[in-house]
Design a protein around this ligand. Structure first.
Ligand code: AMP
Ligand code: ZN
Length: 466
C-alpha cells in the first residue's frame, strides 16, 4: 500500500495521487505575526514539516506556499498601541518566526508570502466575486453571501439549518455552528491602516488572503491544503466558498488538519494565556530538538497533552539514539555481516516506511526504530553484530533522521574552540585513568551535545566535529 492521508473533506483515508506527476502543490496557513508563536502553533508547523519531508522521501517535488498574516485586528491594535507602523511591528515577529522555525529545523516552504503585498490581487478577486453575484455591500464593507454557495459546509460537515440570510460578521473568527456572511473587505475605521482601492477605502478580511495567494502561486486546484484543526471552520470553509466561486473548480483535493496541543487538558492559546514559546523552553534548558521530537512523536491527528516530563523524556530518547549512533561509529566490531541483522535492518526500515505511509503514523515509525535499536544494542554486547551490520544501522538512522531530524545536536552559541575540546578530552582521559567512568561518560556526552565525537583508538584518543 502506498502513501495515504486522512482527508477532512471526504472524512476518509485516501491514496495520495497529486494532479501533475510527482509535483505537489501545497498551501499551508502561516502565522499571524502579532506575537511570538507558541508551541501549539509549532505543533502545527512541525506536522507540516514532517509532511514535507515524508513527501520528499517518497520522491515528490514540493511547491509549498505559506502565508504570513501581517494585517488583522490584533496587529492593528497592538501596532498603534506601540506607536509603530504595521510594517515595523510585524517585521519583528516575522523574523522571530523564521528564527524559531529555523531552530526547530522546519524546512522553509518554497515561497512565503505576505498578505499586505497582495492587496491588488485581493481587490481583483473581490471584484470577480461581485461580478459572479456572491457579494453585497453594507456601510462601505463588502460581504460574501453564503446562501449563494450551496456547498457551504462541505468541509466542516456542519449542516447549517438555522442559516439566517443576511446575518453577517465583521470579525475574522466567529462562533462555530453559526454560519454567517463573512467580510471580504472592511471599511476603514478612523485611525486605522487602510488601502484606498476601487472597492473603497479599507482593508481585506482574513479569509480572502489565503484564497488569493494560494491560487496566484499554485493554480485553481491545490493538491494539499493543510492547517490546524481550528481552521476548518470558518477559515477553510470560507476559503473554499471564495475560491470555488471565483474559479468554478474544486479548491483543493486533500485537506489535512492537525489536532491541538493541549496543556492541562486545555487548548494552548494566546488568548487563554496558558502558553510556552520555544524561547521559554530553551531558557529553561531544554533543546529545540527535544521539543521537535515531542511534537513529532504523537501522530498529527491525535491530541497531544504537553508536559515537562514528556519533554524531558524526549531528550532522553534523543540521547539514547545519539549514544547508539556514537557506539556504531566507534565500537570495534568483528568483520563482515550477520545475515540475521541484515534482515532485521531491512524489516525495521520497512516497518518505519509503512507507518509513515499510513497517514504519517509517527508513533509507530518511532516504535520500529527503538525496537531495532534495543535488539541491536544487545547484539553488540554479545558480539553477534558485525561491522557491516553497523553500516546498515547507520544507513537506517540516516533515513530516520531525514524525517525526524534530531540526531545532530544544536551547536550552542559560542561553540567550543579546539583548545577547549583538547582540554575536555584530557579531562576525560584523566577521569578514565582514575577509573571514574561516570565522569568520563558525562564528559563524552557533553561534548557530543556540542557536536564533538570522541573516538578511542589503539593510537590514543581522537576527536572530530560532526
Ligand atoms: P495563528 O497564528 O493563530 O493564525 O495560528 C497559526 C497556526 O497554529 C494555525 O494553523 C492554528 O490552527 C495553529 N494552532 C493554534 N493553536 C494551536 C494549538 N494549541 N495546537 C496546535 N495548533 C494550534
Ligand atoms: Zn489560511
Amino acid at each position: 500500500m502506498g502513501l495515504r492521508f486522512y482527508n477532512t473533506l471526504t472524512q476518509s483515508v485516501e491514496d495520495f495521487v497529486p494532479a501533475n506527476g510527482n509535483e505537489v502543490r501545497m498551501y499551508t496557513c502561516g502565522p499571524t505575526v502579532y506575537n511570538f508563536v507558541h508551541i501549539g502553533n509549532l505543533r502545527t508547523f512541525t506536522f507540516q514539516d514532517i509532511l514535507r519531508r515524508w513527501l520528499q522521501y517518497r520522491g515528490y517535488q514540493l511547491n509549498h506556499v505559506m502565508n504570513i498574516t501581517d494585517v488583522d485586528d490584533k496587529i492593528i491594535r497592538n501596532a498603534s498601541k506601540e506607536g509603530k507602523s504595521l510594517q515595523e511591528y510585524t517585521e519583528v515577529y516575522t523574523q522571530a518566526f523564521l528564527e524559531d522555525t529555523g531552530k526547530m529545523r522546519l524546512q522553509r516552504p518554497e515561497r512565503m508570502v505576505k498578505a499586505t503585498e497582495h492587496i491588488t490581487e485581493m481587490v481583483d478577486a473581490i471584484q470577480t466575486l461581485a461580478h459572479n453575484g456572491f457579494t453585497y455591500e453594507s456601510e462601505g464593507s463588502t460581504y460574501y453571501r453564503i446562501s449563494k454557495f450551496p456547498e457551504y459546509g462541505k468541509l466542516s460537515h456542519i449542516h447549517f439549518d438555522g442559516m439566517k440570510a443576511g446575518a453577517r460578521v465583521d470579525v475574522d473568527e466567529y462562533d462555530k455552528e453559526s454560519a454567517q456572511d463573512f467580510v471580504l473587505w472592511k471599511a476603514k475605521k478612523p485611525g486605522e491602516v487602510s488601502w484606498d482601492t476601487a472597492i473603497g477605502d479599507g482593508r481585506p478580511g482574513w479569509h480572502i488572503e489565503c484564497s488569493v495567494m494560494a491560487m496566484k502561486y499554485l493554480g485553481s486546484t491545490l493538491d494539499i491544503h493543510a492547517g490546524g484543526i481550528d481552521l476548518v471552520f470558518p477559515h477553510h470553509e470560507n476559503e473554499i466558498a471564495q475560491s470555488e466561486a471565483i474559479s468554478g473548480k474544486p479548491f483543493a483535493k486533500y485537506w489535512l488538519h492537525s489536532e491541538h496541543l493541549n496543556i492541562d487538558m486545555q487548548k494552548m492559546s494566546k488568548s487563554l494565556g496558558n502558553f510556552y514559546t520555544l524561547r521559554d523552553l530553551v531558557g529553561m534548558g531544554y533543546s529545540p530538538e527535544a521539543l521537535r521530537y515531542t511534537l513529532a512523536a504523537v501522530p498529527y491527528r491525535k491530541k497531544l497533552n504537553f508536559t515537562m516530563e514528556g519533554l524531558a523524556g524526549s531528550q532522553t530518547s534523543i540521547d539514547r539514539l545519539r549514544n547508539y549512533k556514537l557506539r556504531l561509529e566507534t565500537d570495534k566490531l568483528g568483520a563482515g555481516a550477520n545475515a540475521e541483522f541484515t534482515k532485521r535492518a531491512a524489516d525495521a526500515l520497512a516497518a518505519f516506511e509503512t507507518a509513515l505511509d499510513d497517514d504519517l503514523n509517527t508513533a509507530e515509525a518511532l516504535a520500529a526504530v527503538f525496537e531495532y535499536v534495543r535488539d541491536t544494542n544487545s547484539a553488540m554486547d554479545s558480539g553477534a553484530f558485525l561491522a557491516d551490520n553497523a553500516k546498515e544501522a547507520l544507513a537506517f538512522l540516516e533515513k530516520f533522521d531525514a524525517v525526524f531530524d534530531v540526531l545532530k545536536p544544536s551547536v550552542a552559541e559560542g561553540a567550543l574552540g579546539d583548545a577547549e575540546i583538547d582540554a575536555k578530552v584530557a579531562e576525560r582521559t584523566a577521569a578514565k585513568k582514575a577509573r571514574n567512568f561516570q565522569l568520563a561518560d558525562q564528559i563524552r556526552n557533553e561534548l557530543l551535545e556540542l557536536g564533538v565525537v570522541i573516538e578511542d583508538t589503539k593510537d590514543g584518543v581522537r576527536w572530530k566535529r560532526k
